[in-house]
Write a protein that binds this ligand. Structure first.
Ligand code: 5GP
Length: 128
C-alpha cells in the first residue's frame, strides 16, 4: 500500500531497520549522512537506494525540516555513489517517490539511482 509521505515517522519501517542493522542490506556506500545499498528488486543492471541517516518520511519532509548540512551532504553522497558505481560517463536516473500517486512504498526518504543501460523515456505516457 503506498504511503502518504507525511509525518509522523514510523521507526518500524524497513529502511529504519536496515539503518539500525536489524535486517541486512548489500551496502555500497556509507558516510556520516547517508547509507546506500542495492535495491532488493532491481529495475535495471544497477539500482541502488540512498537514504539519509535520520528519520524523514519523504522528500517533502526532508526538504522542509532537515538541517542544511544534512541536505547538502546527502545530495553530495547521492552523486558520489553514482560516480562510485561508474555511472558518471553513461548517465543515470534519480527517482524520489513522494506520496500515494508516486507509489512511495517505504516511509523513509530515499533516492533511487538507476543505470547501467539506456533507460528510455522518463515516464511511460498514459493511454487515452
Ligand atoms: P519506493 O516505491 O518507496 O520509492 O521504493 C521502495 C524500494 O525499496 C523498492 O524499489 C523496493 O524494491 C525496495 N525495497 C523494499 N524492501 C526492501 C528491502 O528489504 N531491502 C532492500 N534492499 N530494498 C527493499
Amino acid at each position: 500500500m503506498p504511503v502518504s509521505g507525511k509525518p509522523p515517522y514510523d521507526d518500524q519501517n524497513i529502511f529504519a531497520k536496515i539503518l539500525r542493522g536489524e535486517i541486512p542490506c548489500q551496502k555500497v556506500f556509507e558516510d556520516d549522512y547517508a547509507l546506500a545499498f542495492n535495491d532488493i528488486n532491481p529495475q535495471g543492471p544497477i539500482h541502488v537506494l540512498v537514504i539519509p541517516k535520520a528519520p524523514y518520511v519523504s522528500y517533502a519532509d526532508f526538504a522542509a525540516t532537515a538541517p542544511e548540512t544534512l541536505i547538502a551532504n546527502f545530495s553530495r553522497a547521492v552523486a558520489a555513489v553514482a560516480k562510485q558505481l561508474g555511472l558518471e560517463e553513461t548517465g543515470y536516473r534519480l527517482i524520489a517517490n513522494m506520496g500515494p500517486d508516486s507509489h512511495q512504498m517505504v516511509p523513509h526518504y530515499h533516492v533511487h539511482i538507476i543505470g547501467g543501460r539506456p533507460l528510455g523515456h522518463m515516464i511511460v505516457p498514459l493511454k487515452t
